[in-house]
Design a protein around this ligand. Sequence first.
Ligand SMILES: [Fe+2]
Ligand SMILES: [Fe+2]
Length: 282
Amino acid sequence: MVKKLNIIKTEVNIGLKKPIKLLHITDSHLTYVGEENHGNETRWKCFESEDDRGSAMRYYLEALKYAEDNNLLLVNTGDIIDFLSVGNFEFLDKYFYNVDCIYAAGNHDFCHCVGKAKEDRAYKWEMMKRSAPYFRQNLYFDSRIVDGVNFVTMDDGYYMIESAQIEMLKAEIAKGLPIVLCMHVPLYEKSLAESEMRRNPCAYVVAAPESLLSTYPEDRRIQQTPDEETLKAVEFIKSEPLIKLLITGHNHYNYDVILDNGIREICTEGTYQGTAREILLY
Ligand SMILES: [Fe+2]
Ligand SMILES: [Fe+2]
């Protein structure tokens, strides 16, 4: 059965004089292969059902229309495509590149074939050469000021944040404006991680504590164990009073939690699941 896009609504008080309304979308996981096939031909089955082929694109386009009709700022936290392919790049050319949105890169935006490569820094930078031309923004770190709020995007798709990104974040903080930090993978929060662990063998978060990591399967523990730079980065993010809100995706689940330092962290289901979140910042 064809479902319509479901819009959930959330309000966040960050002390603004002039409210901002935005639409948070994330994780569309488009799976167009085009002519260049390389093992991704059946990935659509993870994101669309047999009787509703094309739903991931339909929900994405419905979200764009909803944002346009309601004059909402678009914030997209990554994984718009599931893998790099001619078909997905054609989609980006047609329906993404000229759409005005704030975009935080996801791990799948650097993935040539799901499950077929060790996703480390070297791989990411090699793959970025293929995907970056289809994105207007800097996928490593970017920022945009909208009505006095600084929307900062940072890549943390491989569960790591680099000190270079934190240096750039410091330069944004120096502008003195409230910051909404948009990243693909959520930072660890206890209730979020517990909820994930009820459904998955690991929590898929940045900076999970050792006690939790020790319960992951080995491959996930290796993938998601934070390095020193990441731990310092998270500590810095949590210590910065101008960072007012975190907007994330990746987990394909709706969360609205408070980190242990008091910062609110929102994660929204995948747009491919038929959900988008309208956020009123005031
Ligand atoms: Fe995803
Ligand atoms: Fe992801």
